[in-house]
Design a protein around this ligand. Structure first.
Ligand SMILES: Cc1ncc(COP(=O)(O)O)c(C=O)c1O
Length: 259
């Protein structure tokens, strides 16, 4: 099996050996690695990708959910090329970010103001920082095995996903130290949806103790035009976004429900 793979992916092997000389594991994302080496991609179009060895793949992963329109959608490509010709970034505001902010605010009822950043990781870090500044408390209550990006939590404790009774006890015990509760509406580890009772229960308990409720919709925003919160009719204090809102480009955003 591996012998066959090596035989049919000899260019990928060459690319990998070269990459591994300058990057640990031969990439900047360890998640893309598999033994003996990953296929190197050359191009993508719609739901298909093509590697440097001329093989075609059906892409069910969409770059870990960031490419809701598939690869190289003609309207995205045209828009990006149009902008790049005018310059990619300036040390000044642009209208384009206001347009995107307006679209998102129209779609998500709990959102009134947004701040953009470079990734979902950054957006979660900023959301937690905002919650700490707002409450003047430090502790973060998160879900066991919940994922919010590539950063380390400090001063955090875990609740169990979909166990409202235990969560309520833990939040009550920590109410004087807790700045926020942060949760993915669908737990990425296993893709387990939160029950409506669990999410609305957390919303109610956090409001009771003046703890900021952060909903990480970085992945779940693709499940409905207004995110999972619109399906469950829950209004968090802070919503965190990423992935699809950048059409495949690295971006993040977080926004609050106050005007
Ligand atoms: C729920 C969730 N939040 C945050 C992130 C981090 O986003 P990014 O990879 O843009 O930093 C991820 C990434 O997969 C995620 O699944």
């Amino acid at each position: 099996m591996i012998g066959h793979f090596r035989k049919t992916h000899s260019r990928s092997e060459k690319f990998h050996r070269r990459a591994a000389r300058v990057m640990p594991g031969g990439d900047t994302r360890s998640v893309t690695y598999f033994d003996p080496y990953p296929c190197f991609m050359e191009s993508g179009s719609g739901c298909r990708m093509y590697d440097v060895d001329g093989k075609e793949y059906l892409d069910f992963l969409n770059n870990y959910t960031s490419l809701i329109l598939g690869h190289a959608h003609p309207r995205v490509v045209a828009r990006v090329c149009h902008q790049i010709e005018k310059g990619a970034v300036y040390p000044a505001p642009t209208e384009a970010q206001t347009v995107l902010a307006e679209v998102l605010i129209r779609r998500i009822p709990s959102l009134k103001k947004i701040r953009f950043c470079n990734s979902g990781t950054e957006a979660n870090i900023q959301a937690i920082r905002a919650a700490r500044a707002f409450t003047k408390r430090k502790r973060v209550i998160k879900v066991y095995r919940g994922y919010h990006g590539s950063f380390d939590f400090d001063n955090s404790i875990d609740i169990t996903f979909n166990d409202l009774e235990k969560a309520e006890n833990l939040i009550r015990e920590n109410r004087d130290e807790a700045a926020c509760v942060i949760i993915e509406p669908v737990l990425g580890k296993g893709m387990i949806p939160a029950s409506k009772d669990f999410l609305s229960g957390l919303r109610e308990i956090t409001a009771r103790y003046d703890i900021v409720f952060i909903l990480d919709e970085v992945v779940t925003f693709r499940l409905a035009p207004g995110g999972v919160q619109s399906l469950y009719k829950i209004e968090p204090d802070i919503t965190v976004l990423g992935k699809i809102i950048g059409g495949g480009f690295p971006v993040g955003a977080f926004g609050e429900e106050r005007t």
